[in-house]
Ligand binder design. Structure first.
Ligand SMILES: CC(C)(COP(=O)(O)OP(=O)(O)OC[C@H]1O[C@@H](n2cnc3c(N)ncnc32)[C@H](O)[C@@H]1OP(=O)(O)O)[C@@H](O)C(=O)NCCC(=O)NCCS
Length: 578
């Protein structure tokens, strides 16, 4: 959990074809944000970074399904129209990046949002971020920097929530907290305008309810009453988590023009002294200088024994790993005690855990086992087996011989799993763009598959995941799909399995049946399990290793060294099959 955004949040970008829209979408994707498409009126049908562009949010929602969040890289003049489009399409959270949005437009957006139960952050916001998960807007810049600067909570652990009235200082607060060893659950730059969507008290209430947040850090400033309202929430017991704050603008004298439109002092309201007194009176920690804030946060966490504070070992480490934690008498894989997994969790389920960070349910665990079993060995003639046996015949060690086999698993051997997944993904994207409504998706997918088959027939292209040089009806495919159905994966709608079935049907319709092979089935299933395609070749290697070990040992115990291995002519003499 995190507030407002995490890696599952379905995000669109309005203004995706513009200068900032394109640049920031790339950065958001790099960080791991689940951006699923974009909107620019008049540019529907285009694509940016492989994502479909729609003319309106309504079109986007019709094709992509529900949208959780829209980040708007639309200039101030178009922001009202764009925001109302998103709210009308049912988007429940908007991030309004533009500055200089007319106050009247912001008020109309607020009214429309309230009527539809939507929320917005901004205008004039750098955005929101949940470290290690997702970012919406411009916080953190390059993904590598954001990863280095903002320290995420440990799996199942906690961090502090950061609320800032300043864009630049939201990143700086998170950065310096990180330097002090403080982990961060989420960062929210609420924006600097006079009329805002979520304000400090609203965000504090979200952090109060977030189990992953155990303290709230506020970068406030003079003007308005947000900090005073937070003090009231603390006094009334609605915010009970520790609050540590800095209030900017102490040096501003009467008549000073501050950069943010919301930083207006009217009479005695909104003064620096008033805010500090209100927060301290409520029990919050308020530092006098920004430079004291990180240590003050660390001090509060230390006195509470909070795991939001990194241990000395974690801080001293020059690099970190999220895969395995080794401590005296304890080994944990992705946060799960290994002794607890042993005897309880199958090898397939544990492979899924180590690759995704999530422990699957029993059905997905069984499917993972089946996937590994399906690829344990594919005969004595595939390149990996021939390579392993050839090297084994020279007297090489087991490790060198098996490594030779593994080294031959590449794009054209084993790589078809990843290729098939990516290929089926492109068919789904095309069908999403072509479908005029969610109900029209299946027909659009069939049409896309038919076009593809026609194209392949005329161009002579080969596609990964279909057909086999030996099997016309691959025995493993049907079983894998059966188990996938049991695990809850669907062969209908916008799934990779549905796309694979559509291609299979299209080939059958032209009288050239080309069934899905085991690589196609694995690619479709692994993609529908939500796994990262970059690990698919690795899953093939994990599965194939026992087969290679068996071949190497057999080669070295049965055959003469340096024999000439016939790549084709061999016979099986093992136990007869059941
Ligand atoms: C929002 C902002 C970043 C956009 O800048 P930009 O990317 O340079 O602007 P561009 O004109 O290149 O792109 C805007 C796109 O929005 C599109 N757009 C306009 N109205 C739209 C609407 N209703 N829906 C979706 N897109 C829309 C435009 O068509 C344009 O795309 P195009 O270039 O393909 O035609 C800029 O106006 C701004 O406000 N910058 C300051 C941000 C800031 O500092 N915020 C505070 C941080 S603390």
């Amino acid at each position: 959990m995190a507030i407002l955004i995490d890696h599952n949040t379905r995000v669109i970008v309005q203004g995706i074809t513009g200068r900032e829209g394109q640049a920031r979408t790339r950065l958001m994707l790099d960080y791991g944000t689940n951006v699923i498409g974009g909107v620019t009126p008049g540019k529907g049908g285009a694509s940016v970074l492989g994502l479909p562009v729609f003319n309106s949010c309504k079109d986007a929602a019709a094709s992509l399904g529900p949208i959780d969040l829209s980040v708007l890289f639309v200039p101030a003049a178009g922001i009202k129209e764009a925001a109302l489009d998103a709210i009308d399409a049912g988007v429940k959270l908007l991030v309004l990046v533009a500055d200089r949005v007319p106050v009247w437009d912001a008020m109309e957006i607020a009214k429309a949002a309230a009527a539809k139960g939507a929320k917005f952050v901004g205008p004039n916001t750098l955005g929101i971020a949940s470290p290690g998960r997702a970012v919406a807007g411009m916080i953190g810049g390059r993904a590598e920097s954001a990863r280095e600067w903002f320290k995420p909570p440990l799996p199942g652990g906690t961090g502090v929530g950061i609320i800032s009235r300043s864009g630049g200082m939201s990143s700086s607060t998170a950065y310096y907290c990180g330097q002090a060893g403080v982990r961060i659950s989420s960062i929210v730059h609420i924006g600097g305008d006079a009329v805002l969507g979520l304000r400090i008290p609203d965000v504090a209430a979200l952090f109060q309810d977030d189990p992953q947040t155990d303290a709230i850090v506020v970068f406030g400033e003079i003007g308005g009453s947000q900090e005073e309202e937070l003090a009231e929430l603390i006094t009334s017991g609605k915010v009970t988590k520790p609050v540590i704050a800095y209030i900017g603008g102490k040096a501003a004298t009467s008549g000073t023009r501050f950069s943010h439109a919301g930083a207006i002092i009217e009479g005695n309201r909104g003064t620096h002294a008033g805010k500090v007194a209100a927060l301290r009176g409520a029990g919050a920690t308020v530092v006098d200088a920004f430079g004291e804030l990180p240590q003050a946060v660390a001090g509060v966490l230390r006195s509470n024994g909070s795991r939001s504070l990194m241990t000395d070992a974690e801080r001293r480490a020059v690099w970190t790993t999220g895969v395995t934690r080794i401590e005296p008498n304890s080994v944990a894989v992705r946060g799960h005690d290994i002794a607890g997994l042993m005897g309880q969790t199958s090898f397939g389920a544990t492979v899924y855990l180590i690759l995704t960070g999530k422990l699957p349910d029993d059905k997905v665990g069984r499917l993972m086992d089946a996937i590994l079993v399906s690829s344990i060995d594919h005969g004595a003639t595939p390149p990996s087996c021939l390579a392993a046996r050839t090297v084994a015949s020279t007297g090489a060690s087991l490790s060198a011989s098996v490594a030779a086999g593994i080294m031959s698993i590449n794009r054209h051997h084993g790589g078809a799993i990843e290729d098939a997944a990516r290929y089926l993904g492109t068919l789904l994207a095309k069908a999403r763009t072509a479908a005029t409504s969610p109900g029209a998706f299946s027909a659009a997918l069939d049409a896309v598959a038919t076009d593809e088959v026609t194209r392949i027939k005329s161009s002579g292209d080969r596609i990964s995941g279909f057909g086999h040089r030996i099997h016309t009806k691959d025995p493993r495919t049907a079983r894998l799909f059966e188990l996938a159905a049991v695990a809850g994966l669907s062969d209908q709608g916008a799934t990779h399995i549905a796309a694979a079935r559509a291609v299979e049907r299209a080939f059958a319709a032209i009288g050239r049946p080309l069934p899905i092979n085991v690589d196609g089935a694995l690619g479709a299933i692994l993609a529908d399990l939500g796994m990262d395609p970059r690990v698919f070749n690795g899953i093939f290697m994990i599965a194939r290793t026992p087969g290679l070990v068996a071949h190497v040992v057999e080669e070295q115990t049965r055959e003469k060294p340096m024999r000439r291995i016939d790549p084709v002519n061999h016979a099986y003499d093992g136990p007869s099959g059941k």
